[in-house]
Design a protein around this ligand. Structure first.
Ligand code: ADP
Length: 441
């Protein structure tokens, strides 16, 4: 463990630390941010009465729109002279959401990323290939400062320019790589195409996040890059990457939330009521220590579960894989659908690659989903040698099996088109969208 004392606090110790920090955070908000003062006063909340972290559900949520309405700095709780860093998340439409940090916030950021990298297998003295984007996005610089704190040598490659990434992977001999899972797939594929024997590379661990991914993609990457891959999760508003991290020896059991800094809750997406651990809902975070931009019950829109793992190395709660963002959820003929549900079934199809796209349309009567999924590369070679009639037969056979599997698992009948290897768009460095929604056009 990177910080054994904190990572093994008992639940009671954690709750007491969280309660104390919550009080301080609420004071910072109330005394320094007019928006929160007004919000608490109007709701008739006396923050001095919120003494225990368990009482947090009495407080209002904060949403992304609050950041937009207070653009750029009006949710900051310190004078601008105390800012030590300013980041912003992409914001697909309109202005980006801006987040600010003090020097102490950057120390916290480095601390949680250092813990995360350690849990992912990284150790002092190792080299890390950082292919997260540098710039306003928190990924690149966030991982950078955490890796330095851990005592690693950082190779600040940033995203994109895949040929150069391959050269660095071979020549600079990193032990760890970090990027989005979809970009790790691109790198694995390009290594193969360039005849690079990944068994000869020094890289052993991949720390992947910033977008949802499933076991199907993990298997693809672990095989393709010859690494052990673990999940890193975060969002700019809460700090950036390093809000939670999966331990590389506990793959598939969830990612530890660094509870001494970020208090997580799961709430019902419609009623907004808190849900017990184990139930699926929207993830909500309260930042317990952040100075420049503290958040109370920030609505992430990410759907997952929280669970304590009695067999885990650490005491902090684990969050399950993110199914998707509530606003990315498709509602198809009354059934809720996340693209990761389709991705999950692809593990059972050796001849298919986890490279796919969901095309959503409306045929005038109802919404339809077409799953375009690629053939696996090796299978594609055998396939190319077949007669046209046999090709059609195989595509149909695979398609039929997949339609059934999806129907059994997701409860929806979708059309499936098995396309050729290389036909689905790849990540060029950052997050990749798996959904093409033509209904909006
Ligand atoms: P943007 O809103 O511009 O994408 P961020 O870079 O802050 O801003 O992205 C944060 C979001 O990215 C999270 O709320 C979540 O939806 C997604 N995300 C980050 N890490 C993961 C992960 N490991 N698994 C799934 N989704 C993730």
């Amino acid at each position: 463990m990177y910080n054994k004392e904190i990572e093994s606090l008992s639940i009671e110790e954690l709750r007491s630390l969280q309660s104390e920090r919550l009080q301080e955070m609420l004071q910072r908000q109330y005394n320094n941010v007019p928006f929160y003062k007004k919000q608490f006063d109007e709701a008739g909340i006396d923050i001095k009465k919120i003494k225990r972290i368990e009482d947090i559900h009495q407080l209002p949520f904060t949403k992304k729109t609050d950041l937009r309405d207070n653009y750029p700095y009006r949710l900051s709780a310190v004078p601008e002279e105390e800012f030590a860093r300013i980041h912003a998340s992409s914001g697909t439409t309109g202005k980006p959401t801006v987040v600010t940090y003090t020097k102490k916030d950057l120390d916290t950021f480095a601390e949680v990323v250092a813990r995360s990298l350690y849990a992912a297998g990284a150790r002092p003295g190792m080299k890390i290939h950082n292919a997260y984007g540098y710039g306003l996005f928190t990924g690149g610089l966030g991982v950078h400062i955490g890796a330095e704190k851990l005592g690693m040598a950082v190779i600040p490659v940033s995203g994109g320019m895949t040929e150069r990434q391959l050269m660095i992977l071979q020549d600079f001999k990193p032990d760890v790589i970090t990027c989005t899972p979809s970009y790790a797939q691109t790198l694995a594929e390009r290594c193969k195409q360039s005849g690079i024997d990944t068994a000869q590379l020094q890289v052993k661990y991949a720390v992947l996040g910033a977008e949802p991914w499933t076991e199907a993609v993990r298997q693809d990457i672990e095989k393709g890059l010859n690494v052990k891959a673990s999940n890193i999760y975060g969002l700019s508003e809460i700090i950036g990457p390093g809000v939670s991290q999966e331990d590389v020896d506990e793959q598939g059991t969830g990612s530890y939330v660094w509870e001494d800094h970020f208090y997580p809750e799961i709430v019902d997406k419609d009623t907004k009521e808190p849900l017990p651990y184990g139930e699926e809902g929207v993830l909500v975070f309260t930042t317990l220590t952040k100075e420049a931009m503290p958040f109370c019950r920030y609505w992430t829109n990410d759907i997952c579960t929280l669970n304590y793992d009695p067999n885990g190395k650490r005491t902090h709660v684990k969050m399950g894989k993110i199914k998707g963002r509530a606003d990315d959820m498709l509602i198809i003929r009354g059934v809720n659908l996340f693209h990761t549900q389709v991705e999950s079934v692809l593990t059972d199809f050796e001849r298919l690659a986890p490279q796919y796209q969901l095309v959503v349309e409306n045929n005038g009567r109802m919404d339809t989903v077409l799953v375009k999924v690629e053939k696996e590369e090796a299978f594609q070679k055998d396939y190319n040698a077949l007669s046209d009639a046999r090709k059609t037969e195989l595509d149909e056979e695979l398609g039929k099996k997949l339609v059934k599997k999806i129907k059994d698992n997701v409860g929806l009948t979708m059309k499936v088109e098995v396309v050729n290897f290389g036909d689905i768009p790849r990540s060029q460095g950052g997050k990749l969208s798996r959904i093409l929604d033509l209904r909006k056009k």
